[in-house]
Each structure stands twice: as C-alpha cells, then as structure tokens.
Design a protein around this ligand. Sequence first.
Ligand SMILES: Cc1cc2nc3c(=O)[nH]c(=O)nc-3n(C[C@H](O)[C@H](O)[C@H](O)COP(=O)(O)OP(=O)(O)OC[C@H]3O[C@@H](n4cnc5c(N)ncnc54)[C@H](O)[C@@H]3O)c2cc1C
Length: 368
Amino acid sequence: MERAKVLIVGGGVVGCAIAAELAPHTRDVFLLEQLPRLGMATSTRNSGVIHSGLYYSPGSLKARHCVEGNRLTYEFCRAHHIPHQNTGKFVVATTPEEEEEIHSLLACGRENGVEGLELVSAAELKRHEPHVAARCALRVPSSGLVESEALVKGYAARAAAHGAYLATNARLELVEPRPDFVRVTAGPAGELETRVFINAAGLFADEVAALFGNRQYKIYPCRGEYWETVPSKVHLVNRLVYPAPDPSGLSLGVHLTKTLGGTLLLGPNARYIEEKNDYERGRESRQEFCARVQKLLPQVQPQDLRPAYSGIRAKLAPPGHHGMADFVLTRDPAYPHVIHLVGIDSPGLTAAPSLARRVAHLVRESLA
Ligand SMILES: Cc1cc2nc3c(=O)[nH]c(=O)nc-3n(C[C@H](O)[C@H](O)[C@H](O)COP(=O)(O)OP(=O)(O)OC[C@H]3O[C@@H](n4cnc5c(N)ncnc54)[C@H](O)[C@@H]3O)c2cc1C
C-alpha cells in the first residue's frame, strides 16, 4: 500500500496551490483529482480576476486571504511566466444609492489594507472608459487578470517538480479515519494511507467532510453564466469594469472584462441551481442578461451577445440568505489530522496561495 505524508483531495487551484506550497519542504505529497485534467471544475470557469480584497468584512478569512493572495498571485505569475496583467479596475455607481455603496466599499477596502483606492468623477472615468455609464467610480489599482488554466498548471508544475504525485482520473471513494492516519480508497488508484488528509474538493467538499461523519456543511451550487460580445463591440471597454455590488451579497455583479485574449466578456450572473454539475440547463435569456449589461454599457444590444461558458460557485449561504458567508478552513473536530476547506467561492482563485500557506502551517503542526 502507498504511504503518503499528506494527501490532498481536489486538483483545483486550491489543491494545486497547497501541493505547490508543501512539496518543496515535505516528502510524499499526493493529490487526487477525479476528472481527467487538473482545474477542470470551478478553477477554470471563472472571471480570472485577481481580486484586491475590497468586498469582504474586515477580519474575515476572505478579506485576509484575498489581500495576501493578491500579492502572492502576482509574485507567482511573475516568477513562473503565467500570463497576467495588473489592469486595475473601476467599480461604478449608476444611482445615488450605488454612490453610497461605493463609499462603503472604499471604507471597507481601506480597512482591509487594499492600497491605492481612489474615488473618481464621471468625467475622469470617461477618460478611461468613454462608453460606460456612471455617476462616479472607485478606482482599484491592485486588481488584474490572470489566465486561470495557466495558473492552475503553474502551481501543479511547481508541486510536481518538487516530487509531489498528482493523479488524475482518481476519485476518492471511501475513508477509514484512525487516530493518527487515514486510510483511503480511490478508484482506480487503489488504497493509500496518509498522515494528513486535506479536503480541497470544491463543490463536493461538504460530501467529502461527510465521509468523516462531519455533516455540518452544505454547499448550495450557484451558477454564474457568461456571454461575450461580437468582435465589432469589443472596443466599448478598455479594461475591467464592475457594477456596485449586489447588496444581498449574492455576487459582485455582471461585470465587463476586456480579456487577456482581447475579447469582451460579460458576466457572471448568479443563479442557484439544483445539481452541482449543471452548467447549461435553463440559462438566463439573452434579453434578460442584456438588460443587466445595458445598465453599465447602454450601447450593447441583445443581438451583439454570444453565449459563453458558465461556472458554479460553492456557496455556503443558502438561497435567500442575506450577506456573504466566509471561507471555512478548519481541522475536523473528530480527526484533527483532517483539514477541510469548504465554501471556497470567490475570491478563491486569488486567495489560493494564501490559503495554501495557512494549510502548510497546520500540516507542519500535525507532522511535528
Ligand atoms: C462564475 C465564477 C466566477 C469567479 N470569478 C473569480 C474571480 O474572478 N477571481 C477569484 O479570485 N475567484 C473567482 N471565483 C472563485 C474561484 O473560481 C473558486 O474559488 C476556486 O476556483 C475554487 O477552487 P477549488 O480548488 O476550491 O475548487 P475546484 O476548482 O472546484 O476544484 C475542486 C476539485 O476537486 C475535485 N473533486 C471533488 N470531489 C472529489 C473526489 N471525491 N475525489 C477526487 N477529486 C474530487 C473536483 O473534480 C475539482 O476539480 C469565481 C467562481 C465562479 C463560479
């Protein structure tokens, strides 16, 4: 039977960043991913935005790991030649209520330690984004874009270069927890024993926790759908433009992204769905989606839109809940050598390297 020091379940950006953080200092790091390639689930079905840490309650894990993750992600991208750009972004207000929202965001961002935030007038915004409708905007210089697939591959490559064993088509099926190790069965890889077990299973992290008898988590899948414009409308946006966030906390709102590839991506919306793998059924209509976009970009018409991909958020907040749930990063109460990461929705792509550092600290304590 194979013996691991650390076994990570889930080969998304979080699992791969953890493997990359651990492998240079720890022997026998294994990662299991059920799909044929790493990062095929949520980690490559997102906006690819390197978030600044603006939106999250001061002191929350989201705030701390996003601000730290922003710095670490840029550092990693520069060091490993991952395509990225520090574009900055504007969050725009189109109503007096949204202006108030923007002022609260500014205060929240400053409290979280986000640097360089600045309110700008409609005239100043027009100089940068002449087609965007707004009363004023918040300029966020530390936001940017990254090619998420390249980022996941970059973390995985660093882990593998330091001897980590990353298995795809390897689904965790069963666990038998013992006081100081866990025996796992993964198809078709077989049986494995590990000193530390890390649950980074994204949308399925609640189900993996339940294998240990821990039923306190429930993930509510919430789909985000994207559209892109026809090439003739790409010039309407120069960088990254966000609306004032939805006060319900459901999402950051349908935003406008001039992608690194030069297309104009619109989205995501936010809709709770029944099944964790349902990427397409019952998409919002072109007209409804276009109405959201027109709030920021009046010149776009329904016929200018082409359907693009969608992604599914692993939300801990149920439908109808007001406010944002925080990330969970914790030891299992019954088995302290089992570490769960649950509810890693946005800004998980950005926060991953910072979450990985925290997990590495817990792993070192467990192995000491
Ligand atoms: C629409 C949308 C837009 C977003 N935009 C941004 C953004 O711009 N910036 C940002 O920072 N964040 C963003 N996010 C959030 C970010 O994408 C996620 O937080 C991040 O990808 C979560 O990574 P993960 O590794 O936890 O999950 P995943 O990528 O889902 O990885 C988990 C992996 O575990 C595997 N797995 C599950 N169960 C098992 C099992 N039993 N055995 C083996 N493997 C298993 C799955 O197959 C999966 O590959 C967005 C999310 C969505 C949905």
